[in-house]
Write a protein that binds this ligand. Structure first.
Ligand code: 5AD
Ligand code: SF4
Length: 436
């Protein structure tokens, strides 16, 4: 049977898509390997969100050219396959096929073309996926990976923020029927999942025959055996009080919200077509903080968007310095060909984008460390990820706030999926403690 090497770049959506592709291949009897030089079929599931993401894919494609065996096939899937459809042949002629995120229904047919038989009974061995993540060895070891499951509730996005390539690569919004979502969650729970993440580019735009995101949360929140529920990503325009009220009712929801603000200036927000003002954002999180105290609010920020002035930047910096967020992913603006922002004038020089990024990151790090310090002396419940990569004498996991927690390995709790850890130290990257 053919063996497959599968490497995933980019967001959680890609990780979920890779799981889907892997499942299709496994159902035909394919096996998986983490050695690209031994694989019959090599798949890169790629990302195009920023230029750096793209460069990493092309550099990996360069490496694979030398590694790939003569008879092996190379498939590029994901957002870069869609975005660079016309130029991939020139840039990487050793690629045998491209499948964009909307083409995965053709995956089995492609495998058949490549000689994978479709008439065999389903395999008796469980699916094992050694290298689903971008950096092999960085992902949680297989015996812990199944504890966290990603369940897509929407596909695509039609917000068309002016910097973003996603609506072009993933297409228009589509909501998945609730029965399908429930069945998927139940399957994952049966396979041992302790945490379910509902996934969508903007989960708040979920709408299926009158059922909105708040309704869906209430519905899936009742599923038996569901221990921890969370969701990614929310758009501030659609994140409303009804959603906050639904979250406040759910006993098994993890205390964290990712609500990308992108920047603190109304002029720049308008140029980004984000559909809210900073006052509206603050009003929304005001209600959220009131109803859900001590949740972790995390965000995304873009520095150096075209037209961003020093005073626009200072508004973003001020927002971060005031401690608005517990954690932030901070990016330098990266022009994406075909998006309106790529040709907006004036562009901010790259050096200046990076200077602003560093200032915002430094301010956020201060705030994040203080947030972590607030856990010292408390006992937190941690979902285990596996032995720590830096120091295998310790274990690592994530708290409900999504904070990394490290503790000395302990024979009594070695194979437990969830461990209570008494927190003793706080760092910018996370928490250190011992089994409580
Ligand atoms: N440049 C920089 N950052 C971007 N993001 C999306 N597109 C770009 C771009 N062109 C960021 C946004 C988004 C996150 C997933 O990636 O902050 O929320
Ligand atoms: Fe991109 Fe905006 Fe859609 Fe998020 S909401 S995927 S940033 S277009």
């Amino acid at each position: 049977m053919p063996s497959i090497y599968l490497q995933t770049f980019g967001c959680q959506m890609n990780v979920a898509d890779s799981n889907g592709l892997a499942h299709q291949a496994w159902s035909l009897g394919c096996t998986f390997t983490d050695a690209p030089d031994e694989a019959d079929i090599l798949i890169l599931n790629t990302c195009a969100i920023r230029e750096t993401a793209e460069m990493r894919v092309y550099s990996r494609l360069g490496q694979l050219k030398a590694i790939k065996r003569a008879h092996s096939k190379l498939l590029v899937a994901g957002c870069l396959a869609e975005k660079d459809r016309a130029v991939m042949r020139k840039k990487a002629p050793h690629v045998d096929a491209l499948l964009g995120p909307r083409d995965y229904r053709q995956f089995k047919a492609l495998l058949t073309d490549w000689g994978v038989p479709t008439d065999l009974p389903p395999p008796e061995t469980p699916m094992r996926l050694p290298s689903a993540e971008d950096a092999p060895g960085e992902d949680s070891p297989a015996q812990y990976a199944h504890l966290r499951a990603l369940v897509s509730i929407t596909r695509g996005c039609e917000k068309f923020c002016t910097y973003c390539i996603v609506p072009y690569t993933r297409g228009p919004l589509e909501s998945i029927p609730p029965e399908e979502i429930e069945a998927q969650i139940q399957r994952e729970i049966r396979c041992g999942a302790k945490e379910i993440t509902l996934l969508g580019q903007n989960v708040n735009s979920y709408l299926y025959e009158g059922l909105n995101f708040a309704g869906l949360l209430r519905r899936v929140g009742r599923i038996e055996g569901l221990e921890r529920l969370t969701f990614l990503t929310s758009h501030p325009h659609d994140f409303n009080r009804e959603v906050v009220d639904a979250l406040a009712e759910l006993p098994n929801i993890e205390p964290r919200l990712h609500l990308p603000v992108q920047c603190g200036s109304n002029e720049v927000l308008a140029a980004m077509a984000r559909l809210y003002t900073i006052e509206q954002y603050l009003e929304r999180i005001g209600y959220f903080r009131e109803r859900l105290p001590r949740w972790a609010l995390t965000t995304d920020i873009i520095c150096g968007f075209p037209t961003e002035t020093e005073s626009d930047f200072l508004e973003t910096l001020g927002l971060v310095e005031r401690g608005t967020f517990e954690y932030a992913f901070v990016f330098a603006f990266s022009p994406r060909a075909g998006t309106p922002a790529a040709t907006m004038e004036p562009q901010v020089p790259q050096e200046e984008r990076l200077r602003r990024l560093q200032a915002v990151s430094a301010a956020q790090n201060d705030r994040t460390r203080r947030f972590h310090e607030s856990f010292i002396g408390e006992t937190v419940s941690v979902l285990v990820s596996g032995p720590s990569k830096k120091d295998p004498t310790r274990m690592a996991g994530k708290s409900g706030h999504n904070v990394t927690v490290i503790w000395p390995r302990d024979a009594g709790t070695e194979h437990k999926p969830v461990v209570d850890v008494a927190i003793e130290q706080a760092q910018t990257w996370g928490l250190v403690g011992r089994v409580a």
